[in-house]
Design a protein around this ligand. Structure first.
Ligand code: AMP
Ligand code: ZN
Length: 457
């Protein structure tokens, strides 16, 4: 089977062909570290984590390189330092650790490399120097700007807009030092206590976009397989990354496949502080919503569709996961992930389809496949979580009792005793399954062993 992915660049679902099967490479734009990650920020982290896991499954765990950066130089960070009087380094270090903790809580594996922008300033300066030398950028009033007109025919291809359309439609920042209003900042001057580095254009700091071009080049090379992020990054961020990288590296592409996840909403509305429906991943975790539940809800919607976080979905996800964890707690851990689950993921990361397959496995009682498939989706990295742990009670005496009662009932044709036992077990939170093969008892979400007392006497 081949992985198929919907490439934003071509607007088509295409078979994925890595440049080098021995080293599949992916870059995803990471967070700007000045505050806790909100629930929307968790969406790309989880979506691309599933893709990372799928690529590792298909090409081998040692044959995938995944880079996700930290933006630790940015005007929002400077503003946060001014507001709070705190040191920028403290803010970014603290927020970076929060991000790692919160993403680990929702089952996101650490990427292969997690570069911080401030560690790549010399690479950014070198790239900008090359762009200036080749006439793709110009210095003006302490700034260096990318000259969009120097690459006019190609600029805008990702989002499918021409430069003229973009000028008409976008809120572009007009500045006296820009030759064209679409020109964007590669470097800007730093004053006073703003973070700054010496450069050929004076003391300053990078614009936002150049960091990804420089870090991707340093860690993955001039051209790589997959570039991802939320679809709010398509323009201008990704368009600008492409322009910088192609012009600096003299290539016709930065990445072969561009993937974008849709946005997350809450109860059908945009998540925003003014609507009072804005929350961070940590808010949810602190309220007792397990990270696995957050992950499950995220995966129940395809990444290219807007995703709606609702209370109802949260409840359903928790119930389903409790049931599955109970089912797989004793299952052997040596099965391959179920073929249909792998196939669903290979089909443009159809996580909703994969979950539908897990429901089938659960119904069929194929617990080894259920377990391995849950693992592939990133659910059992640390075993069964404590919140879902089922009390360990030996149910064998109840299986024997029910089996005997059923044998008797078969002869007498009187099923009253069987029904009575079934009711008692169900009320105690044990699912009763009877087939020709025999009796199976599965502790459910609300399993309460104390309610079993009395059944055997
Ligand atoms: P930022 O820290 O704002 O640069 O965002 C980090 C990542 O989160 C980027 O990939 C954004 O596209 C993504 N993102 C931000 N808001 C949302 C949202 N509401 N839903 C889904 N993804 C989002
Ligand atoms: Zn980026």
């Amino acid at each position: 089977m081949t992985i198929r992915l919907t490439n934003t660049k071509t607007r088509r679902k295409e078979p994925f062909k890595p440049i080098d099967r021995e080293n599949v490479q992916m870059y995803v734009c990471g967070p700007t570290v000045y505050d806790r990650a909100h629930l929307g920020n968790a969406r790309p982290a989880i979506v691309f984590d599933v893709l990372f896991r799928l690529l590792r499954e298909v090409y081998g765990p040692d044959h995938v390189t995944y880079v996700r950066n930290f933006t630790d130089v940015d005007d929002k960070i400077i503003a946060r330092a001014d507001e709070t009087g705190r040191d920028i380094g403290q803010i970014t270090a603290e927020t970076t650790q929060w991000y790692l903790d919160d993403m680990a809580a929702v089952g996101v594996m650490e990427p292969t490399h997690m570069p911080r922008a401030t560690d790549y300033i010399p690479q950014m300066v070198a790239m900008i120097e090359g762009l200036v030398k080749d006439g793709h950028a110009y210095a003006a009033e302490g700034h260096v700007l990318f000259a969009v007109d120097s690459w006019k025919d190609s600029y805008g291809k990702l989002s499918g807009r021409s430069v003229d359309d973009m000028i008409a439609g976008a809120r572009v920042e007009v500045a006296p030092y820009k030759r064209n209003p679409m020109d964007f900042v590669l470097w800007k001057p730093s004053t006073g206590d703003q973070p700054g580095w010496d450069s050929p254009w004076g003391r300053g700091r990078p614009g936002w976009h150049i960091e990804c071009s420089a870090m991707a080049k340093a860690l993955l090379g001039d051209t790589f397989d997959i570039h991802g992020g939320g679809n709010d990054l398509m323009f201008p961020h990704h368009e600008n990354e492409i322009a910088q990288s192609c012009c600096a590296n003299h290539t016709d592409r930065m990445a072969n496949v561009w993937l974008h996840n849709e946005m997350l909403q809450v109860e059908g509305k945009k998540m925003s502080k003014s609507l009072g429906n804005f929350f961070t991943v940590r808010d949810l975790l602190d309220q007792g919503v397990p990270g696995e539940v957050i992950r499950f809800v995220m995966l129940s919607t395809h990444y290219r569709k807007p995703m709606d976080w609702t209370e109802k979905k949260r409840e359903e996800a928790e119930k389903t996961l409790r049931k599955w964890y109970a089912q797989v707690s004793e299952a052997l851990d040596n099965a391959e992930p179920y073929e249909n689950v792998v196939q669903a993921l290979e089909d443009d990361l159809n996580t909703a389809g994969a979950i539908a397959e897990l429901h089938q496995l659960s119904l069929a009682g194929d617990t080894p496949s259920l377990r391995s498939s849950l693992r592939l989706l990133g659910f059992l990295d640390n075993g069964i979580p404590e919140w879902a742990a089922v009390p360990q009670v030996d149910l064998f005496p109840y299986v024997s009792l029910l089996t005997k009662a059923r044998e008797t009932a078969m002869e007498t044709k009187d099923f009253a005793e069987v029904d009575r036992l079934k009711t008692l077990l169900t009320e105690a939170g044990v699912e009763v399954r009877m087939s020709r093969a025999g009796v199976d008892l599965i502790p459910d979400a609300g399993f309460d062993p104390s309610k079993l007392e009395g059944i055997l006497s």
